[in-house]
Design a protein around this ligand. Sequence first.
Ligand SMILES: O=C(O)CCC(=O)C(=O)O
Length: 289
Amino acid sequence: MRIEAIGGGFAREVSELPLWKTVGETDAEAIRDTFRMSGVLVFRRQSLSEGELLDFGKMIGKPDLYAETSWLSTFPEVILLSNLRHQNGDMLGGLANKALTWHTDQSYYAKPVTGCFLYGVELPSEGGTTSWASLYKAHETMPPELAKAVDGAIGTFSFAARVGTAAPEKEDNHDRAKRLAETPDVKHPLVNVEPGTGRKALYIDPNTVTGIDGMPQDEADDLLERLFAHATRPEHVYNHEWGPGDLVLWDNATVLHKRESFPETSNRLVKRMIINLDPSRHIIPPVAA
Ligand SMILES: O=C(O)CCC(=O)C(=O)O
């Protein structure tokens, strides 16, 4: 097994390790450690059944179930993201071909499930690139006045704001009304500490953080804008050009991600799984009072 830095920065690629075979404990521990430190791990050209994907997920943490039940695949822990259709014309999975702006998954929940896997099955030849920005790097490189301003800050994370920013797609099969009713606003610190290493990561989610406790709205908007611009500077970003069989794992407590759109006439099918990560070795964003 080889582990290399990619994209000039924080992300790591693991190669020479077929994940359809049993991974030995020494390699498994090296993978978990690298994932913990980098926040993004890439494995290219794997050939995995859903059962094998799930087994690998169990090596990293505890796979969880999804709120979006209309996107489910064969295993209840796996959903499909795709613009393909069933024979009756219904969408096969979620998100179609649209662009997704920078976000971090589940930040609007009191207990976010932070680990996420994407496994590429069929990819368009143009568009559909996924990018990740490191919130560890963002914290490490923050100018002192920004670090001071965000220190101890508590943000309001709002699912209603997240879904309110985009008009429903004409064929969005997300059950918005139900999820809105189940998902009240929640507060999290804007800087979190990894319990084992003491490393700090910024925690922001454009379109979801609506305000900062005790700060006038215009000041909060300005600070959030500056934090976001800093976090997504090109040197903090890894862009993944997908190939079939690519598997990417990320930690939503320590990276933001986004996706480019792709032509409606191209096919894209990606499998997605969420994983509860070990709270003694990863940041699980706490609820702030
Ligand atoms: O389809 C992708 O590449 C990314 C999807 C995404 O952003 C998400 O599932 O949160």
